[in-house]
Design a protein around this ligand. Sequence first.
Ligand SMILES: [Fe+2]
Length: 189
Amino acid sequence: MKIDTIEQSYAKQLADLISAESQLGATLIKFAGIATDERLKLAFEDQLEQTIGQRERLGKLLAKMNGAFQQQTCAVMHSLIEEGDAIISDGGDAQVVDAGLIAAMQRVKHYEIAAYGLAIESARMLGREDDLPLLEQSLGEEKGASILLTRIANDGNLASAAEPVVATLTMGRSALATPPLPAPRSAPR
Ligand SMILES: [Fe+2]
């Protein structure tokens, strides 16, 4: 479908985000099952719940858009998930795999932060002020998830275990407000 208006572009962005959140669900379940760091496991489980809520919010917003772009496949998320799968199949010891999972999910979170940020700007341009609280709630969750992953990487010394991207993402962490780590579910191994 050809896009002629900002409104159509906005509807496409929302549909793309729904696709992204939908694709991510299975990956988060898989990552939570593979992660050995208990805090990382919990973080992925929490993100799965957030993803379900984010998808519902997007559905509400798209329902107000006269049915435009109901079906959309987010190719970026598809590629990011493929990259995550490649990290898993590369294997390695537990610390390296956990660091790889964090790196893969940080890429996802940064994509989502950018996508929600753009959707918010589009909503503002269209004067759709009523849409902003839901989009900003999701953007806040994505930012919080990214910060938490950074903390887990640093606290578990995972930043030095694998990819440079983890180390890069942890630089400048002191400038960010960091949410508390989730309490471990069981005693540390
Ligand atoms: Fe999300």
